[in-house]
Design a protein around this ligand. Structure first.
Ligand code: 0L1
Ligand code: MG
Length: 261
């Protein structure tokens, strides 16, 4: 375990890396024994620092929700992070100069109508407590050199959270079979990846159930009105200046944006 002071200074290093667009060597290079618990303590400090700076948490996000990714990272549980107000883009333009090496992935996000408190939360509980589902594009942008990190590193780095585009079409969860909702992700007119909601732990509602159960171990719960990104349906695609990104969801509309300098 690290000291409180170390949690804070490591969090500050990651906040500075984000705002200065300065890639950092992964934390585990210096602290090889960094645990997942330590990593969430660093993430907590990162959230506290940003709140002190005047930023507001507008959503939670789940990551590593595909079985393939969990196997690759040798974990049996996804990871979660926080999305802040300044990360939400509604202009249709992603500003590359604010970022390091962004990638985009297509997701489904939930807006809760009721609190959800674990343990023992299931996908059915989540669907019953959900007000709407919306399409979302997440921009991930690791603060680590060349996206090189271990599981604790990426948790400490707020799961690479960077920007989000939230679609305007809201649907009730019972209007769609969310595991069967298909998504295509194209860049400059070329299809880069596609998938269905089932790519997220069999059903995106399972991702929220896992989040509620993970939070309950830390004495926390999900709140009515909260927006939650459930994890990538498509793989993350690297972005460059000039790219035009277009994603389409069955029954949930589309999102487009351009990457500008
Ligand atoms: O799915 C996710 O949002 C995980 C993001 C962290 C992994 C990465 O930066 O590649
Ligand atoms: Mg994601």
């Amino acid at each position: 375990m690290l000291t409180e002071h170390s949690y804070r200074s490591l969090a500050q290093k990651l906040v500075d890396a984000e705002f200065n667009r300065q890639e950092e060597v992964k934390l585990t290079a210096e602290y090889p024994d960094l645990s997942v618990e330590d990593a969430y303590r660093i993430q907590d400090e990162l959230v506290a620092i940003k709140r002190e700076q005047g930023h507001r948490v507008i959503a939670l996000k789940m990551g590593f929700t595909s079985r393939a990714k969990m196997k690759q990272m040798n974990v049996n549980e996804p990871i979660y992070g926080h999305v802040f107000d300044y990360m939400s883009v509604d202009s249709g333009v992603l500003s590359f100069r604010e970022l390091i090496h962004p990638k985009v992935e297509a997701e489904i996000a939930f807006i809760l109508g009721r609190d959800i408190e674990g343990p023992g939360v299931t996908g059915a509980h989540v669907l019953a407590a959900t007000e709407y589902v919306v399409p979302a594009l997440e921009i991930i942008d690791s603060r680590y050199l060349n996206f090189q990190f271990t599981l604790p590193d990426v948790i400490a780095d707020n799961t690479s959270a960077s920007r989000v585009f939230i679609g305007s079409r809201q649907r009730r969860p019972d209007e769609l079979e969310l595991d069967l909702v298909g998504v295509t992700l194209s860049i400059n007119g070329e299809l880069k990846d596609l998938g269905a909601g089932a790519a997220v732990l069999g059903h995106p509602a399972h991702s929220i159930a896992m989040l509620a159960n993970m939070l309950s171990r830390r004495g926390r719960k999900l709140h009515a009105g909260q927006l939650i990104l459930t994890g990538g349906i498509t793989g993350a695609q690297p972005l460059a200046v000039g790219d035009v990104v277009s994603a389409k969801w069955d029954g949930l509309g589309s999102i487009e944006f351009t990457v500008k300098e």
